[in-house]
Every structure is written in C-alpha cells, then in structure tokens.
Write a protein that binds this ligand. Structure first.
Ligand code: GLC
Length: 548
C-alpha cells in the first residue's frame, strides 16, 4: 500500500533572503517585521513553505552565514518575539517556515571560538574547532595548502594569549568563519540543542548550510588542485576531495535526522554541492536528509538534450534511494536565472558579474528563464524558488566596487566580484521609495533603475506578466497534484527541437530552438507565450501546459 505523501515531497519552497525582502523599520536592511507585513503576497503566490536565509546573531561578515549566537535573532532583523509573530502569521496563511542552520562553521565572535582563542593549544576548547600547528621552523607556514572558497588561504594564524604568534585555524570560507571540529562530541551536542531550540519554537525544518563540508579527511592532506569552488572537483569522476563530500559526513546527517525524528513531520534539506547526482542521492538515503538541492539541475542550461538527461539522472538517482528529487534554478549564491539565461556562455557561478563584464541579453534572459521555470514547475518532486524570480528579476550586473559586501570580492581583491548582484532588495511598488522595499528609500545594496519595470505592482493582475505566470503554474501544479505525480516522457508530442512530458494528466511541452511547432489539442492550462491562443503555434523558448 502506498504510504501517505509527506508535505515536503511535493512542496514549493520559497527562499526569503531577509536582508532584501522587505524592510519594516526603514534602515535599508530587511527585517522580520517587514517580512511579516508582506507574507500575504506569498500566500497569494501559492507557495507551501518559506526558507529563511540566516537571521541569527551575527557580525554579518558573510551576510549572516557567520553566526555568533544560533539561538537568537540579530537586532538588525528584530527579536525572537518578532520571529514568533512572523511564524504565527505564516502558519495562519498555511505557510510552513524553514530556517537555515550553519553547522560547518561559526562566527569568530561566537563564545565558543572566543573561549578557544583564550585557551591553550590542545585544550578541550581548542578541540571544538580545527586548530593546528603551522609548518616551517617556527610554525610560520599554514598546516596545508587548502584555499578558501572565497579566495586566499583557508588558514589564519592566531596570536596566543601570551602575545606570541601561535597556532592556525581552518576556515573553508572567510577568516571570520572558523570551521568546527565535527569529530568532537561537544560540537554534536551543541547542534542537537540548536536544532531542538528551533523545532520547539515551531519551525517545519532546516536548510543545512555546507552540508557536504563538515567532515575532513584524516590528516588534512594537501590538495592536488585548489579550485575554490563548492565541489572542488573539475573532473566529476576524480577521487574524493579532502573536505567536500567525505564519507564520515553521513554520520552527521544521521545525527541531525535522529533529532528531527523526535518531532512530527519536520524536514531538512542539505546544501551539498556534489559532482554527480549519484553522490547527491547518498545524502537522502533513509535515515539521512529528507531532501537535497539538485544543483546539477540548476547548472543545466536551457538545452533539450541536457535537460532530458539531468531529469532522467535525477529521477533515477534519487528514486534509487526512495527519495523524490528537488528542482531549483536560483538562490542567493548564484547568478539569477533571468540573467544567467541571457548569456550564451554563462559566467562562472559564485564569481558574479561586474560593470566591466560582458552584459546579458535581457530579453533573451526573460524569455528563456520563464520557459525554464515552466518546464521545472511541472516536474514531480519538490521545488525551490528564490525571492524575486516570480517577478522575472534579473541580477544587478553593474554594482560599483564601493558598494560590494561579499567577502569573495575582498579576498580576491575584486578579481571575482562575488554574489551581491543576486542579493539586491526586491521591488514591490514601482513608484515608492526603494521600489517599496521600505518607506525611506534606503537600501543596503543599490537597486538598479531597471527594477522599476519589474516591480510587483506593475505585474499584479496583468495577463502575461511573469508574476501571473508563476501564480498560474503553482495553481495548476497543486490542482493536478503534479508534485506527487510521475513523469512520463511523451515523444509522440515532441519534435526535433522540443521536449514533452506528461505528469498527472498534464502535458508539458517545451520548444527550445528553431521554428514554431503546432500544439496538440487540449485545454490550455498555462503558457509562457502570452498570445498563444491567437497563434496556436508554440514559438522557440516557450512552454505550454495542456490538459490531456
Ligand atoms: C553556503 C551559503 C553561502 C555562504 C557559505 C558559507 O554556501 O549558501 O551564502 O557564504 O555557505 O556559509
């Protein structure tokens, strides 16, 4: 007998980046009060849950992914009381709330790291992080050759309490983000307690940051090649990486899962950038994560053959371990897909786009990203959306150096501009200060003038707008329960340049390139091509959903 479907297996989860969603107090930085006021708009969009990027206490050296207190809200975003109010409102709207857990590293301002700095080498306090003696005659060289994902070396040398230069600590990211030692039981107990704190408060689950990085290879061996990326491997088949995707991390996965299983119906999704879907699927075996982001899907361009392959690999790979796949096109670390898809050759993820880079073709980006979304939202499984994509929002690709905040920019001396371009406050009302982000016009990152055209109020109720397209797709997806459906390729409805699949009585037909194609008969449920009813042929870079 089939078991009852769980909410997360088919959920559409909307990522809120708290700094940039809505600013209630007008200081230019988004906050929980602002978010609470805007939650109705998410209910009308038709999503099932929200995932919040971190709003915990933090010096904000990496936009909140440097946590100094996991059990409190940073004053920038409000208070625990504001969180409870937001949670109550979300719950009343039928929206579940997922928070971001950052267990690979803390902030260097975390009490545990401060205690480690004050304690002696080899003390229990030091053992909670990754301290090592340096190499060279007087320990002046880093313990190994690892580089930070944000550029520069992954080790920083400290000054010991006696005033002398001493040990080094590991930070896979910024020097303000020391890595925890996940072999230490006290670290595990600490995170059991953090998980329970938020579960007791009523969250539906967690997005787990850097879920593939917590276990390091014994002896911390040198890397043959430093790539400073989240997978670290150029060749998908090369041997294991010393800190990405180590086998020992699965014990940590199971530990988190056992805490979640103390509660009803909670779920966790891992941010695990792994080179193949086969490896990703290991993260969602029984007793481990419920979901993992399908970054292979995110990295697949709008290309018939490549999409067909990645969908097949995903359904087979995740299916083999009994897990539904997830689908995602954008988040706060990658170039927004409305911009990415406006390039023939996509700039490297994580490096971002600056004013001196070749600029994208905006119209193409809009056309292709709408089609890519309509293709994705028809697939069975869970889906993740990133705030602003429902407006077709492009990346801010011309941010001046003086506004940059991403540590990548500073650690590479501007060589890689980083991820600020996808993190700019989103536009709500075209003719309000900061396009409705707040009432004062302040904004922690500047908004480009073009955001006026994408403001939500210019799209609300307008036939053919991207916002109305998302609403329609989400509505039909729910009506036909496509999230819990089964994909069946329908080559009989496709041509050389198009791809068709069926899912729970809906035919999804995508035309990729070349000439227009005729459409099969049937009720039109949703379309990216605004004038379709008149023309009755599907142009390239367009997707249609038809009732079979
Ligand atoms: C994850 C986050 C990213 C952050 C990094 C370090 O990849 O998504 O924003 O910079 O981890 O915490």
């Amino acid at each position: 007998m089939p078991t009852e479907a769980k909410w997360w297996q088919s959920a559409v989860i909307y990522q809120i980046y708290p700094r940039s969603f809505a600013d209630g107090d007008g200081d230019g930085m988004g906050d929980l009060k602002g978010i609470t006021q805007r939650l109705d708009s998410l209910a009308s969009l038709g999503i099932d849950a929200v995932w919040f990027s971190p709003f915990f206490r933090s010096p904000q050296k990496d936009a909140g992914y440097d946590v100094s207190d996991y059990k409190d809200i940073d004053p920038l975003f409000g208070t625990l009381g504001d969180f409870d109010t937001m949670l109550e409102k979300a719950t009343s709207l039928g929206i579940r709330v997922i928070v971001d857990l950052v267990p690979n590293h803390s902030s260097d301002q975390h009490a545990l790291f401060q205690a480690a700095l004050k304690a002696a080498p080899n003390s229990p306090e030091r053992d909670m992080y990754m301290f090592r003696d340096g190499k060279g005659d007087s320990g002046e060289l880093a313990p190994n050759n690892w580089e930070s994902v944000f550029g520069g070396q992954a080790w920083t040398r400290i000054t010991e309490p006696n005033g002398e230069l001493g040990q080094w600590y590991l930070h896979i990211f910024d020097s303000s983000q020391p890595d925890f030692n996940w072999e230490n039981e006290a670290v595990k107990l600490e995170f059991d307690s953090v998980l329970r704190f938020w579960l007791d408060r009523g969250v539906a689950g967690f997005r787990i940051d850097v879920a593939h990085g917590m276990a390091k290879a014994p002896g911390l061996p040198d890397l043959k090649q430093n790539l400073s990326t989240m997978t670290g491997l150029e060749d998908k088949n090369s041997q294991a990486h010393p800190f990405w995707g180590q086998d020992a991390v699965h014990d940590i996965n199971r530990r988190f899962r056992s805490v979640l299983d103390e509660y009803d119906d909670r779920a966790m999704c891992g941010e695990a950038w792994l080179p193949t879907i086969e490896k990703m699927a290991k993260w969602v075996r029984p007793g481990e994560y419920h979901q993992t982001f399908n970054f292979n899907y995110l990295e697949t361009p709008w290309d018939k053959a490549k999409l067909e392959t990645v969908v097949n690999e995903s359904l087979i790979g995740f299916g083999a371990v009994g897990a539904p796949s997830t689908w995602v096109l954008s988040n706060h670390d990658v170039i927004r897909h409305a911009t990415r898809m406006g390039y023939d050759k996509v700039p490297k993820q994580g490096d971002g786009i600056g004013p001196n880079y070749p600029q994208p073709d905006e119209a193409k980006g809009q056309r292709v990203s709408r089609a890519a979304t309509a293709f994705m939202l028809g697939l069975p499984g869970g889906a993740y959306l990133y705030q602003g994509e429902e407006l077709g929002l492009p990346e801010h690709t011309t941010i001046e150096a003086k506004y940059r905040e991403d540590p990548t920019f500073f650690r590479t001396k501007g060589e890689r501009v980083g991820r600020d371009g996808c993190r700019v406050p989103i536009p709500w009302e075209a003719h309000e200060p900061a396009f409705g982000f707040n009432k004062t016009g302040e904004s922690w990152l500047p908004q480009p003038a073009s955001y006026q055209r994408y403001a939500r109020d210019t799209q609300e109720g307008i036939a053919g707008s991207t916002l109305e397209l998302y609403k329609r797709l989400l509505k039909v997806r729910k009506e036909f329960d496509m999230g819990n459906g089964e994909l069946i390729w329908a080559p009989e409805h496709a041509s050389e340049n198009s791809l068709a699949y069926k899912n729970n009585g809906v035919l999804v037909l995508a035309n990729f390139t070349g000439s227009a194609i005729s459409m099969p008969a049937g009720e039109l449920l949703a379309t990216t091509q605004h004038d379709l009813l008149v023309e009755e042929v599907l142009e390239h870079d367009q997707v249609v959903w038809i009732k079979l």
